[in-house]
Ligand binder design. Structure first.
Ligand code: PLP
Length: 435
């Protein structure tokens, strides 16, 4: 079998996008603003300055369609392996005996192992530009903490990470990666914050949640000099940064004259889905394409399929602004599934808005069936996917099997948000029937 030009579509270094795409410019109605939890009024930019740099706040509130990517950030994108390839999953297609064409975007190739550096880098950059010296953050599976540690090392900032306890215990190598990049890592709930201590006093064996870890990180940020806080998903500026993924995909598909029937990505807080889908969704809103967008989430953390659309806190301790989003409630404690990056009670306000407007669909999957899909992918395409990404693979495989049933040559593109080489404890339990 000879290699054809759509087996892998590579871009050149200078194809790294020069602008981020802001879907707010193309939505038929404005995104709901974050509310001040005390006054219930929309947050003013200056209200956010205690935790975020001005540059990020301006991006958060922007309705400009395109926002320039600074050259230092493009240079760092090059360092982490952008532009990433778009690859055809021919062996998976053959295994499924489907007439569908399946492509996947390789966000697993960054040194941090996921898409998360796409936002960690500009966030660290914007803080560095304003003279900030330290960042605090939370991490679930460890991917965001890893990405921010890498970005802080690159721009010379200190980094303190609160890592959800279950992950801290399941994934010791993740902590070591962050420490190698120079970060300090605490198991959350920790003993270094008042909030962490209060949880530990009530529930000493609490598994931790992203919501709790966020409260701890914000608490440290508010009490430590020259320190800001950084969030790895959910907020508009994070979605914005991730659009380098989708813009590259559009360039790559153009090179093979292809418009996808489906684009599929997993959702935790929504950033890889948004980054991957929003540029094409903008085209769909303008009536130029018919692509369908599909988010996949765990049955056990069903924020889009079972959540309520309302204002809620982004964290558990009630320190963040109120965000209008699909939410399971800010004190929801998700079960300790291995896809730690999907264990979040809410969904990005921008993803919630496009879901409300009917621009996307969501499928929910059981943990076992997602690992089964991940193992099939590893055995056919040779890549061990992150447990989060297994949800996207499962979604793409289901669509490919439907195309087989209907004998239709659909084009399915999914986002491989990360690799799973530091998540082998989850695979261990799956392979031994202990999930
Ligand atoms: C963090 C993470 C996710 C989920 O976060 P989103 O903001 O929804 O993208 C998905 N996949 C991987 C590999 C992750 O690290």
């Amino acid at each position: 079998m000879s290699i054809s030009k759509d087996d892998r579509i590579d871009l050149r270094p200078d194809d790294i996008p020069t602008k981020w795409y802001n879907i707010a410019a193309d939505l038929p109605e404005p995104l709901p603003p974050p509310l001040n939890p005390v006054t219930n009024q929309p947050m003013r930019p200056e209200d956010l300055e205690a935790i975020f740099p001005k540059g990020a706040i301006a991006q958060e509130m922007s309705v400009e369609r395109y926002i320039d990517i600074p050259e230092e950030v493009r240079d760092a994108y090059l360092m982490i392996g952008r532009p990433s390839p778009l690859q055809r999953a021919r062996r998976l297609e053959r295994y499924l005996k489907t007439p569908a064409k399946i492509y996947f975007k390789r966000e697993d190739l960054s040194p941090a192992g996921s898409h998360k550096p796409n936002s960690a880098i500009p966030q660290a950059y914007l803080n560095m530009k304003e003279g900030v010296e330290h960042l605090t953050t939370e991490t679930g599976a460890g991917q965001w903490g890893t990405a921010l540690s890498l970005a802080c090392a690159h721009f010379g900032l200190g980094c303190k990470v609160f890592m959800v306890r279950t992950s801290y215990e399941q994934k010791p190598f993740r902590r070591l990666v962050m420490e190698t990049y120079g970060a300090t890592v605490h198991s959350s709930p920790s003993d270094v914050t008042e909030y962490g201590r209060s949880i530990n006093a009530k529930t000493p064996d609490h598994p931790g949640t992203l919501g709790i870890a966020i409260t701890e990180a914000v608490e440290v940020c508010l009490h430590q000099k020259n320190t800001k806080y950084s969030l790895g998903s959910v907020l508009n500026h994070v979605m914005l940064h991730q659009t380098v993924i989708g813009q590259e995909v559009m360039m790559q598909l153009e090179q093979i004259d292809t418009v996808p029937d489906y684009m599929v990505a997993c959702v935790g807080g929504g950033s890889n889905f948004a980054g991957f889908c929003f540029p094409m969704m903008g085209k769909k809103i303008q009536g130029k394409v018919e692509t369908e967008f599909i988010a996949t989430e765990p049955v056990s953390v069903p924020s889009l399929t079972k959540g309520e659309l309302r204002y809620d806190y982004g964290d558990t301790g009630g320190m963040t602004p109120l965000l209008k989003m699909y939410t399971l409630g800010c004190d929801f404690v998700p079960s300790a599934i291995h896809a730690g990056g999907l264990r979040y009670h809410g969904m990005a306000p921008s993803v919630s808005k496009v879901a409300e407007l009917g621009y996307m669909k969501t499928y929910a999957y059981e943990q076992n069936e997602t690992f089964a899909a991940g193992v099939t992918f590893a055995q056919t395409e040779g890549i061990i996917p992150a447990p989060e990404s297994c949800h996207a693979i499962k979604g793409a495989m289901d669509l490919a099997l439907e195309a087989k049933k209907n004998n239709e040559e659909k084009v399915i593109v999914f986002n491989l948000s990360g690799h799973g080489l530091l998540d082998m404890a989850g695979y261990d339990r799956y392979l031994r029937n202990r999930l």
